[in-house]
Design a protein around this ligand. Sequence first.
Ligand SMILES: [Ca+2]
Ligand SMILES: [Ca+2]
Ligand SMILES: [Ca+2]
Ligand SMILES: [Ca+2]
Length: 691
Amino acid sequence: MMRNIIFILWLLCVCSELGAQTAYDYTRLKREKPGRGLVVIRKDPAVNVITWRYLSADPQDIAFNLYRDGKKINKAPLAGATFFEDKISSDKALTYTVKSVVKGKEETLQSYTLPANAPVGYINIPLDVPQGGVSPSGEAYTYSPNDASIGDVDGDGEYEIFLKWDPSNAHDNSHKGYTGNVFIDCIKLDGTRLWRIDLGRNIRAGAHYTQFMVYDLDNDGIAEMVVKTADGTVDAKGKVIGDPKADYRNENGYIIEGPEFLTVFSGKTGEALQTVNYIPPRGDWQAWGDNYGNRVDRFLGAIAYLDGVNPSVVMCRGYYTRTVLAAFDWKDGKLTQRWVFDSDTPGNESYRGQGNHNLRVGDVDGDGKDEIIYGSCAIDDDGTGLYSTGLGHGDAIHMTIFDPSRKGLQVWDVHENKKDGSTFRDAATGEILFQVKSKIDVGRAMAADIDPTHRGVEMWSWDSGGIRNIKGEITADKVSVQASPTDSLAEVLSVNMGVWWDGDLSRELLDKNRVTKYDPESQNIKLLFTAEGTVSNNGTKATPAIQGDLLGDWREEILLRTEDNKNLRIYVSPYPTRYRFHSFIEDPVYRISMATQNVAYNQPTQPGFYFGTDLEHIFPEKEVVINGTSVTLDAGIPADAYRWSVGGTERTRTLTLTTADIPAGKKTRVELTLTFRGYEFKDHMYITLKP
Ligand SMILES: [Ca+2]
Ligand SMILES: [Ca+2]
Ligand SMILES: [Ca+2]
Ligand SMILES: [Ca+2]
């Protein structure tokens, strides 16, 4: 008879030892200090919704009271979701205040004034549109708001928006032509423009040139912005970087000579704080893979906790051929180079030509320090290569915990080589877990938990043969998945962005200005809402300015521009939720996925934790009979805390029970309370040990 049976409630118990859990030391990791993010949105003419953040520093028994113009509007303190519907019909301005209630004691946290005649569904942010111009070839151009990032520049715990303005003649690198200058604004949520930076005529406009990294790099509570600059860049105080007269544009509009810089700007004032030479210099520009100036100018950027404590900025050049990543620290007003990774360094040859038009960052190998997932390869925190799969360049990439029973992060990546298709891999080792080969350039991929009947996060691409579960199986035979950029009807499963929107644990999909939801039972796609009057960015890429947890509870907001390019709108979910989770922006992998969203071909946020419907179903099997004297149970989901109803004081993810804990031969109820980002999930099962 077997004496000790390891019974893992999830599949693939052998694999679970291969990966490595992210292991950030949160007592040391320097992160921003988010405020309450209180926001009020008119849901309809008779209801206002109020939502705010629940934070990891909050005691679990915290509750909240809400006041409208000084009058309390809730009855008992709100201990559930940080979302409330106030039934009131009024066009007047209303001031709401949220107060915490801890052990009967009230404390005022934040107030927010809903303006008079507020629009339904969103916050409107009026913009100051830059003047258009005429290019040297005589072509007139205008400006539209493009990608955005977020950072707190005044230390009040609320985000400001960093907005890139694109001229209408912006070009993909492969297309010739002059472009207008690129501007970056910093804007408060009420529309107050704090500053504007003009990148000047020697920075070309297009998706691959300007990757603006916004983060509080020196931990003083004020975000900085780091971006590539050139002769003629003008900071927000009017100070010119380099030679103001220099014009390096050739007759095709490309800039393949002249100095290239990297500048740290103050988020508070938009002043250039320090400028250094860009690493690496372009050198022989044709050596990057063509003779007209396309592949030399492929830039990416990232934020990463390379020492496990402080955020560093990583600026990158090249992915079709040579690949260079340069990491810097910003401390005491000084930019210091940490390391440079170069695929031309002997020994790094296999890292050549592996990068995507985007990247992901996270502690994939479990040492508490971030790695950079650069398409098909990964660069370790110390600037050495971690691995390369050799599968080459692609246009989309996702990283999160797809398979909660497997330790660590996984990557869903697609490839351009008309051979390797779509791959699901272990983020730490590069081991391919499954692959869907393809004869096309698989230009898009998406990953989201959209089907509660399959464990883990689902994934799909333009040529994945449908939705795949974590085992690589097709989950549905009838669903129609988008297969090209023009194939973008609301009834087709989009392969673009995701958004946590309607309050359940599944993720909704965001494409253009539409939020849709997949129904696994009917395999249909339901349109939840269209942001009428707004448009997405970046042509067929159809991405928002940014999506993510900007404000309010854990759900994600969507920032879009209006059709007339004169406003931004932040859409906030009007749906109630029963869940109260710590704000996702406190998760470093998630927060960095917001900071890197503007990089080249924008990808949606992904957290460094498993998030999805399996949180509600800890035990897939409700009753288990074991022939033996002991059993080891695994909660299967990385969480903050575990509380088992049997087995003494066990508070770990796994629990070993013997006949000393539960009577032999007797069906015994085992309950588990799992605390996940401050929310308690409960489940139970029955175990019988038969010695
Ligand atoms: Ca702020
Ligand atoms: Ca700072
Ligand atoms: Ca690491
Ligand atoms: Ca939110």
